[in-house]
Write a protein that binds this ligand. Structure first.
Ligand code: APR
Length: 321
């Protein structure tokens, strides 16, 4: 099997960690592109000089030329401004839409056969715009958000229950914003419902519910919590790791079932929008959106989350994108 070529557009905080993770895992040859002169070259030189110590051997290129992404199997887009304290992801719309437009045009030109994973925020709108401008098949464009939101939710559950996070399964659906929908009913520790474990821990259902609600709220605000602490920029280790999980499933055709921003063609009752839903990721990209039974409350939450995405996409279109 020849080595895959993975290009990262945007060599900032997330881009740098992505390049290092690709190298450490020998996922493929990596190209780190940025418009800032010399910076991606410097980061790649730094990462490459750790190869002997870390024991990886892949080709790494830092560049300011889009030609270098030619022949990419996978493109991961992180280009765009991150949030500052007090900002919502949606506040980034205009700035990042301009950037995404130029990125999509260049990926279309230089890497037309690639699959694109978008990380830039506001996520669901940026995925929509990338697909529109590139004209790529909907299944070949997907967004990273749900894997990270789910990982955050799982982390809080593990801390609360005092169990290994490796045994926690929890999923977050919907748009990547304050309206995201952590699925509390389906959250489990090796098959045991988290709600049951909380009830056993606290001895009453009301307290268990209160603790779960606090974890759900923390999950929804988790990105903002990091922004507030960092003061400059937003989370970058966990978004990069989450995109790598998606990239691995695509590159190795693992068919993992992961929550990602995927295009809906009627699934969950929605049509024509990119929203966070469980999907099977394989060598063709998003190979299948997997539906699951939602109760009335969950449906209502997903509905309002999709409405938030719809209105953001409408704003973006009104602005001419
Ligand atoms: N083409 C390519 N890269 C660009 C462009 C462009 N037109 N415009 C800006 N960039 C680059 C910047 O030069 C910068 O290096 O995108 C990079 C973004 O990196 P950071 O500012 O460090 O942001 P990061 O934390 O990596 O987040 C990137 O992901 O999670 C989202 O909200 C986050 O939208 C943000 C994105």
């Amino acid at each position: 099997m020849s080595r895959k070529k993975i290009s990262i557009i945007g060599g900032g905080q997330i881009g740098g960690v992505l390049a290092q993770l690709i190298a450490l895992r020998q996922l493929g040859d990596a190209v780190l592109f940025d418009i800032v002169e010399d910076m991606p070259q410097g980061k790649i030189l730094d990462i490459a000089e750790a190869a002997r110590v870390d024991g990886f051997d892949v080709n790494l290129v830092g560049t300011n030329k889009y030609e270098d992404i030619k022949g990419s199997d996978l493109v991961i887009v992180t280009a765009g401004l991150p949030r500052k304290p007090g900002m919502s992801r949606d506040d980034l719309l205009v700035t990042n839409a301009k950037i995404m437009q130029s990125v999509a045009e260049n990926v279309k030109k230089y890497a037309p056969g690639s699959i694109a994973i978008i990380i830039s925020n506001p996520l669901d709108a940026m995925v929509t715009l990338f697909q529109k401008v590139s004209g790529f098949d909907h299944g070949k464009v997907l967004g990273q958000a749900g894997v990270l939101d789910s990982s955050r939710f799982s982390t809080f559950i593990a801390w609360e229950l005092g169990v290994s996070v490796k045994d926690v399964n929890a999923m977050v659906l919907g748009g990547h914003g304050d309206t995201m929908v952590p699925l509390t009913r389906y959250a489990n520790v090796n098959g045991i419902p988290v709600m049951e474990l909380l009830e056993r821990k606290y001895g009453n259902a009301a307290k268990a519910k209160e603790v779960m609600t606090a974890m759900v709220d923390r999950t929804k605000m988790a990105g903002g919590e990091v922004v507030k602490l960092l003061k400059t920029g937003s989370a970058f280790y966990s978004p990069a790791s989450s995109a790598i999980a998606m990239a691995e499933s695509i590159i190795y055709d693992e068919k993992r079932l992961l929550p990602v921003s995927a295009f809906l063609k009627g699934e969950f009752g929605f049509k024509g929008y990119y929203v966070g839903v469980p999907a099977v990721l394989g060598s063709a990209g998003v190979e299948k959106v997997v539906e699951l039974t939602l109760d009335d409350e969950e449906k209502k939450l997903l509905d309002s989350s999709v409405k938030a995405v719809e209105s953001l996409v409408a704003d973006m279109e009104r602005l001419g994108f």
